[in-house]
Design a binder for this molecule. Structure first.
Ligand SMILES: NC(=O)c1ccc[n+]([C@@H]2O[C@H](COP(=O)([O-])OP(=O)(O)OC[C@H]3O[C@@H](n4cnc5c(N)ncnc54)[C@H](OP(=O)(O)O)[C@@H]3O)[C@@H](O)[C@H]2O)c1
Length: 264
């Protein structure tokens, strides 16, 4: 008898009814992921520091029938993250999925960068991941039903770049943190922790790279077998996969989502 459950196969990609907490929900990737979770039938709890943007997203999503809410928080501030998780539980009773999609960069040569500016990047991109994952993990452990964590890092987590001593270091730290958290959380508590490492996806910060006539764009395409740069909705499928039972045997991984950037 071939061993695979029909019910599992038919439902393995579903996140319906799950509670998904999304950080950086005001950002280019975060807002698309939040809406995608909603379209997939999850209850969506959004966070970021910008209340006006969060409110606008809530209005937009609710108008489409998505069950959602938000709470303003800085992910690098422990007391605010504690309050965030409590607010999500007060609203929806639990947290089943965490998508970490906030981030910051201020490229600067190490010789010109102040230690304070470097530390700010480290706090925004690395310490904040630790705090958010720690508080959500504790909540998931208390719930006793496992969970899924997906952290958006960067292809820059694996390679250096001029002006990126803060960003590359923090993203590299976040990737190793993900692998370490998997060792702490998966076998014992059923919490899968993975990261996705994007190349360039369209956002306010990257829009300038999308001019097809520019040298930057042409040079980038030489390393993009897929033949274009990323759009935020290209990120949805992989994130939902890592948020669902379909990825139940995957944990601690830092996965490429780059249109093949690493292959040539
Ligand atoms: N887009 C790309 O090409 C690309 C490539 C590689 C990696 N990534 C990574 O993917 C994630 C999402 O990227 P994105 O393009 O969606 O970014 P984005 O559009 O710039 O949005 C990121 C969100 O993070 C929050 N944020 C900004 N500065 C912060 C800080 N100092 N502390 C805490 N939160 C802060 C902001 O929300 P609030 O102001 O509401 O807090 C912002 O909306 C980030 O981690 C980014 O590093 C993106």
């Amino acid at each position: 008898m071939v061993k695979v459950e029909k019910n599992f196969v038919n439902n393995m990609f579903s996140v319906e009814g799950k509670v998904a907490l999304v950080t950086g929900a005001t950002g280019a990737l975060g807002c698309v992921l939040a809406k995608a979770y909603g379209y997939a039938g999850a209850k969506v709890f959004m966070t970021g520091r910008n209340e006006a943007k969060l409110k606008a997203l809530e209005d937009e999503f609710k108008a489409e029938g998505i069950d959602c809410a938000f709470h303003v928080a800085d992910p690098a501030q422990e007391d605010q993250v504690d309050a965030l998780v409590k607010a999500c539980v007060a609203k929806y009773g639990e947290v089943n999925i965490l998508a970490v999609a906030h981030g910051y960069n201020k490229p600067q040569n190490i010789l010109e960068q102040s230690v304070a500016d470097w530390q700010y990047i480290m706090d925004a991109d690395c310490k904040s991941v630790y705090i958010v994952c720690k508080y959500v993990a504790q909540q998931m452990v208390d719930q006793g039903k496992g969970g899924k964590m997906v952290v958006v890092t960067s292809q820059r987590s694996k390679r250096g770049m001029a002006g990126y001593t803060g960003y590359c270091t923090s993203k590299g730290g976040a990737d190793l943190m993900v692998s370490s958290m998997a060792c702490d959380l998966t076998a014992k508590y059923g919490i899968n922790v993975n990261s996705i490492c994007p190349t360039v996806f369209r956002s306010e910060l990257t829009e300038w790279m999308y001019d097809p006539e520019s040298e930057v764009y042409k040079n980038f395409l030489k390393r993009e077998p897929i033949g274009r740069l990323g759009e935020p909705d290209d990120f949805v499928g992989f994130t939902l996969f890592l948020s669902s039972d379909a990825s139940r045997f995957m944990t601690g991984g830092n996965y490429d989502c780059s249109g093949g950037y690493l292959t040539c």
